[in-house]
Design a protein around this ligand. Structure first.
Ligand SMILES: NC(=O)c1ccc[n+]([C@@H]2O[C@H](COP(=O)([O-])OP(=O)(O)OC[C@H]3O[C@@H](n4cnc5c(N)ncnc54)[C@H](OP(=O)(O)O)[C@@H]3O)[C@@H](O)[C@H]2O)c1
Length: 280
């Protein structure tokens, strides 16, 4: 009898073990299947050929979307912009680009004849550009510039491009206090003070933007560029601070650090740089 009871329990537990084992096996099989299916799907996704830029562009052209050109996708109609140093080089190109997109631009430079020539050319191209004669290294003239801007744009400025700047290439040991003051006042103080003066106007636009034109020289070293790079390095630092401080006023602040671009500034600098054996 005891033997029978023991045998009964052994059989029951065997049956249960087999049954549960099968269940586990089924579960394992199902899990395995799911895993395999997922793996197959992942492989399929990877195998999907990546489309080239040309193919994507051609698809976009074929699509019924009316959006085809840059001009149609972008518009700065109704926006106001101040670009310092807009009569030559990078600043000149920025003025034209903003005006092409419909912005009303105000610019400044020290040379009145060149400024008037530029204004005439822009008028002929139907660009809405006005200008002031201003040396941005002078605090008094910066205040006068911002009064002009406020009056032309009725107290609202959407875009400020701190572009006006100058350079110096000279061994640091030979740099004078005047060299330092001139570079710092033109490149750094001007950009900081113009931004401070522009702050209420940018805030009033509810969508302000500041762009500081820095230099790649703040990331790399080139001979004779210590003071110039330091002035732009300080500019990079205020870019970060103002971006954080003025975000609450809906003012976006960014910096651009170009490499060498052939402009009058660079052409003149490279003439004086030949003794440092640097080439464009
Ligand atoms: N070109 C490059 O390779 C390069 C590379 C990196 C960064 N950057 C930076 O880009 C900016 C523009 O350089 P760029 O090469 O286009 O120079 P640019 O060819 O010399 O043109 C400078 C413009 O700013 C005006 N300007 C200069 N000093 C001024 C002042 N004190 N007050 C008011 N306006 C002034 C000039 O007109 P007036 O002379 O009539 O005043 C001119 O319209 C500068 O900040 C420069 O540091 C240039």
């Amino acid at each position: 009898m005891n033997l029978n009871v023991d045998a009964f329990y052994i059989i029951i537990s065997l049956v249960l073990n087999l049954y549960l084992g099968r269940e586990l096996l089924i579960n394992e099989n199902t899990k395995g299947k799911i895993r395999r299916r997922r793996r197959r799907r992942r492989r399929k996704r990877k195998r999907k050929p990546t489309r080239t830029f040309m193919e994507i562009e051609s698809d976009l052209k074929k699509s019924s979307s009316p959006v085809t050109s840059m001009d149609q996708r972008w518009s700065l109609n109704g926006t106001t912009a101040l670009v310092t140093g807009g009569t030559k080089g990078i600043g000149h190109a920025i003025v034209e680009e903003l005006a092409k997109f419909g912005a009303i631009v105000h610019t400044c430079a020290r040379n009145e004849t060149e400024l008037n020539e530029c204004l005439k050319q822009w008028e002929d191209k139907n660009f809405k550009v006005t200008g002031s004669v201003c040396d941005v290294s002078s605090s008094v003239q910066r205040k006068k510039l911002m009064e002009d801007v406020s009056s032309v744009f009725q107290g609202k400025l959407h875009i400020l491009i701190n572009n006006a700047g100058t350079g110096i290439v000279k061994p640091t040991a030979e740099c004078t206090a005047e060299d330092y003051s001139h570079i710092m006042a033109t490149n750094f103080e001007s950009a900081l003070h113009v931004s401070q003066l522009a702050h209420p106007l940018l805030k009033a636009s509810s969508s302000g933007n500041i762009v500081f034109i820095s230099t790649i020289g703040t990331f790399i070293v080139y001979q004779g560029g210590a003071i110039y790079s330091a002035s732009k390095g300080a500019m990079n630092q205020i870019t970060k601070h103002l971006a954080c401080e003025w975000a609450k006023d809906n003012i976006r602040v960014n910096g651009v650090a170009p490499s060498v671009i052939k402009t009058p500034l660079i052409e003149n600098l490279f003439v004086s740089m030949t003794h440092l054996q640097l080439r464009l």
